[in-house]
Design a protein around this ligand. Structure first.
Ligand code: F6R
Length: 366
């Protein structure tokens, strides 16, 4: 079943050109610059009435939600918050029929996310589920469900479902932006064409597997990894750290790069590896300043950078390239790099990659 791959995780990482194609299939209308999601049953009036959006999710899905927040807020005029499933119940913010809830869950069975959905529906909110599992609890409890169409994900570490969650969040943001008149067809078309190229661009990242494996080997004896990014690349950093810690058991943490000097810089000493997501974006220059700060402490920097950015090579120890695509879409490509990186570090540390200790594929207890 592993189709010649040593682990399900590696197989699933390599399936992403296909899973990304499938999640977008039939959902993009390039002629009108629009997204087609007939599974969303909201009327135009209900869409106009949305006053806030709350994304609820756990773990990797929560990270997809954080990225989704940035994009939803860029493309619509609705304020968005992202809540961890197990924390949402303690929030005293008001949930009513002006609230749109987006529940992200690969399995559709995560107990804390399901409980939040139930509660929100009771309070009159409209819930859209984004899941990979047809007929799952969260799909059944929600008014609308968008399926990720990834096929089964066996590895405990979420990989292809994360990138598809991001893709769905982008589709949903365009869908709502077009219908609330905050996104015009021209700008939507640009985004949609970037999305359409994702399967090809994901393959370009996968083609660098060997190089990424060799960098992973060099750093695999570290006992601490830090990941930093800004804006949309901040959730990418969080997810890169989660992936690495869960399968390699090496302590890793993601930070918003601007937070470094508020504490984490104290962790930096000679050779501590810091992975900096530094793809082209409006925050690029600020990331470069952060990289200089990190290098000044003699730490090692592994940068994920856009193709064509030659200048960065002088500043860092290792550069891993991703295709030069728009800032909204690039997190999907950077995430694939970090999945491969985590995988290959875990190969070096000899961990049971598909079944990390103490973890279950779906967490059905609260
Ligand atoms: C990490 C991972 C978990 C899940 C989390 C939520 O690789 O897989 O953090 O993302 O347990 O699961 P779902 O998305 O099924 O609700």
């Amino acid at each position: 079943e592993k189709s010649g791959y040593e682990h399900f995780m590696l197989k699933e990482i390599h399936e992403q050109p296909k899973s990304l194609k499938d999640v977008l299939s039939g959902r993009i209308n390039e002629l009108t610059g629009d997204v087609e999601l007939p599974e969303i049953k909201l009327t135009q009036e209900q869409i106009n009435d949305i006053r806030r959006i709350v994304i609820v999710a756990c773990g990797t899905s929560y990270h997809a939600g954080l990225a989704g927040k940035y994009v939803l807020e860029m493309l619509t005029d609705v304020p968005v918050s992202v809540e961890i499933g197990s924390e949402f119940r303690y929030s005293s913010s008001r949930t009513d029929h002006h609230t749109l809830i987006i529940a992200l869950s690969q399995s559709g069975e995560t107990a804390d996310t399901a409980a939040s959905v139930k509660d929100a529906v009771k309070k009159g909110a409209y819930v859209i589920a984004v899941t990979n599992t047809v007929g799952s609890t969260i799909a059944r409890e929600s008014q609308s469900t968008i399926y990720m169409r990834c096929g089964p994900e066996i590895g405990v570490a979420a990989t292809k479902t994360f990138t598809s969650q991001l893709a769905v969040m982008y589709l949903l943001s365009i869908y709502l932006g077009r219908r609330r008149n905050t996104l015009n067809a021209y700008n939507a078309m640009k985004l949609l064409s970037d999305l359409k190229n994702l399967p090809r661009d994901a393959q370009a990242v996968l083609d660098q597997s060997e190089a990424i494996a060799s960098y992973a080997k060099i750093f695999s004896r570290a006992n601490l990894f830090l990941f930093v990014g800004r804006h949309l690349n901040y959730p990418v950093a969080l997810e890169g750290a989660l992936k690495l810690k869960e399968i390699s058991y090496i302590f890793s943490e993601g930070f918003a790069a601007g937070e470094l000097k508020h504490g984490p810089l104290a962790l930096l000493t000679t050779g501590v590896p810091v992975i900096a997501i530094t793809t082209k974006s409006p925050t690029y220059e600020k990331m470069i300043s952060n990289i200089k700060e990190i290098k000044a402490r003699d730490a090692s920097v592994i940068a994920i950078a856009s193709e064509g950015d030659e200048a960065i090579s002088q500043l860092v120890d290792v550069v891993i390239r991703v295709p030069d695509v728009g800032e909204i879409v690039s997190p999907i490509l950077s995430s694939i790099v970090l999945q491969l990186f985590a995988y290959h570090v875990a190969v070096c540390t000899g961990c049971p990659i598909d079944k990390p200790r103490n973890l279950a594929k779906s967490v059905t207890v609260e």
